[in-house]
Design a protein around this ligand. Sequence first.
Ligand SMILES: [Zn+2]
Length: 466
Amino acid sequence: MTADINMSSLRKFTVAELETLTGRENAAVAYRGKVYDISAFIDKHPGGARQLLLTAGRDITTIFEVYHDKNTRSLFSSKCKLIGTLEDSPVEIKTVEEDKLFLTLEKRVRDYFKANNIDPKIHIPYFCASYFVLLCTILLWFSAIVLVYLGYSLLLCCALALLSGFCAAISAITGSHDLSHFSWTHSPLVWKMVGTLYSCVHGIGTYTWHYQHVVGHHSNPNHDILDPDVATKDKDVWRITPFQSYFSHYSYQHIYMPILYCIMSVKLKLQDFHLLYLLRTANVPINPPSLEEVSIFVCIKVVHVFYRWVLPGFYISLPQLFLLNLLSELIMGSWVAHITLVNHVNLQLSWYTKDSPSYSTLSWSEMIIQTTADYATNSVLWNFVTGGLNLQVLHHMFPWVLSFNLRLLVPILKETLDEFGVKYHYYDTFWEIWKAHVEYLRQMGEMKLSGKLTGEPRASDKVKND
Ligand SMILES: [Zn+2]
């Protein structure tokens, strides 16, 4: 118990000191301003040692609370040893414990699954469909290679390579994404083994992705310090935040960015190496990987290069192989980029930095809703082909729920937001949200939205909670 501890006598940790405490023997985390030694608990963690070690060396307040229920949250201080306080955190990490909207939604969501006897992490037809698409990715790829080898029309082979790339995108945002959030079954072994299998097919490493997406982006979308997914330089290829200066090339960004999205998958496959070298993704530190994590990373890259380049290289010419790989990557990159960007980089949404006027007064759930838009929530097809990312608000709040089960929660979300008088940023179709995304790029490129998006809800926002 921590009640009897004299807080003033505790050791004071700096953020830099905490970042060094990531090994199995000395792992520590900060939670609600206090620093805890978690090393004795690593092998007892019901969610697996790997998952706990991922979060070592940092402030876990939001991510821990979002992934655990109220009872588990209350047990934290009894499971881990209090060793000090965190002194110089540059940004406030939000807690959900006083977040009435989140707590109400969470209770309703957990009650819903219980009352309807639905396991939030299981949906067998969805698993089968995702495995089938993963299989199609491989079969279509090798079909293209074999048909080129047998002298069939190159056009037909290009079409197969494109289809393979599209299947790769769908399986990445269904299987890989759910597995990275530990929402695909309850088994840490499945998360690791099946996650590695998916990654071998896509070629994107799981280790750095966890820091980029699960640790960084998820708790703090559209935050210029805490969200690596939208980290931008002052002079960048695009201007998406009001914190960037204006340069003339941004005037064309609504034209060239949707085309540049095509290189997203190649970028993700290559930036893994750089991030592992830097041990940092934007401002989020990446813990030094264990030998096992390095082995998994090498395995993913070797298997991927072997099946995409080495093996086909024995049978078809390099220019032919290059063309097929290029087409497959372009379609995969385009789909993944569009699906992951339209929800956060859009007209109705807000951006934060630690100095944003309303950042410290906003609850965590309000921040999620103001930085995220949903679309086509009633469509089972869109729910599948976007891996549930058309339901980003629910996905951010309940990442432990399998993406395909999120659609069951839409009525609860809408009803609760109405009750709390909170706007839900929603578009009926993907086409509508895509148009708004491109229009946002155009307006930011012309500085029309400069200075308006510092965390305040905008008066012109469309309210559509029905
Ligand atoms: Zn996610």
